[in-house]
Write a protein that binds this ligand. Structure first.
Ligand code: URA
Length: 240
């Protein structure tokens, strides 16, 4: 990759600004000052230093975050903070975006990446990747609720079109607490499914996507990179 392209991708400045920095001797490649910003570098193996900062370039980044309430799952919002506001500068150099959405008042597992193909693979409804939520409701849960969710029920999607849910798996933990696994992700789907049973969701947290569990060690608002094993797990089908 051209040096100026690499550095501008990493948001060290515009191509022109980078050209100046390079000319002024602020950039070293493998220990040698370079003065031509158009030079080609091996972004993975070369040691590139800009203003004494070593660049650790990776084409793709995959993060697991424990999303807190009050944050929007988007890259930009006029009114609210977004999940990107929780990231350190190191990660803001990459154009990360959240894979799929959690409501502003939903907590839990969200993946951030800059790999569009990967995001498509895990979020596409046809892939049938089950997402598991821990849920608290205002009315007692019963065996009948479990059966209804398993059969599928008709709710409105985000555009008020009726829509029949795929089999969903409810595990009742106590009268007001459960986990539910659903394969789709329509607008407010979990809340709407419980609403259809006359119950309001009072707390919602995503705890699993496919076989990938939210790391218990992550406090709300914390995140970390996924391991190779976890990445592979995400692409494996499927485990309710
Ligand atoms: N279902 C919901 O209702 N809200 C979410 O944030 C996720 C699933």
């Amino acid at each position: 990759m051209r040096l100026d392209k690499l550095l501008s991708n990493l948001k060290y400045g515009t191509r022109n600004e980078i050209k100046k920095l390079v000319k002024q001797g602020y950039v070293k490649v493998n220990g040698e000052v370079v003065t031509d910003s158009g030079v080609h570098v091996d972004e993975i193996h070369d040691e590139i230093i800009i203003m004494n900062e070593v660049i650790n370039y990776r084409p793709y980044i995959y993060l697991m975050m424990n999303k807190p309430q009050g944050y929007i799952s988007a890259t930009y919002d006029n009114y609210h903070e977004t999940v990107l506001d929780l990231l350190d500068e190191e990660y803001l150099r990459y154009d990360l975006f959240p894979c799929g959405r959690l409501d502003i008042d939903t907590e839990g597992l969200i993946i951030l990446t800059n790999d569009g193909k990967f995001a498509h693979q895990i979020m596409h409804p046809k892939k049938d990747i089950y997402k598991t939520y821990y849920v608290e409701v205002d009315q007692p849960l019963s065996q009948t609720d479990k059966d209804i969710f398993l059969r599928g029920l008709t709710i409105l999607d985000g555009k008020d079109e009726p829509f029949t849910t795929k089999p969903a798996y409810l595990e009742v933990l106590s009268p007001y607490k459960a986990t539910i696994s659903i394969a789709e992700g329509k607008f407010h789907q979990v809340k709407r499914m419980f609403q259809a049973l006359g119950k309001q969701v009072t707390y919602l947290k995503r705890i699993k996507i496919g076989k990938l569990k939210l790391d218990d060690a992550l406090e709300l608002g914390e995140y970390r990179e996924l391991t190779e094993t976890e990445l592979a797990l995400l692409l494996e089908n499927d485990d309710k």
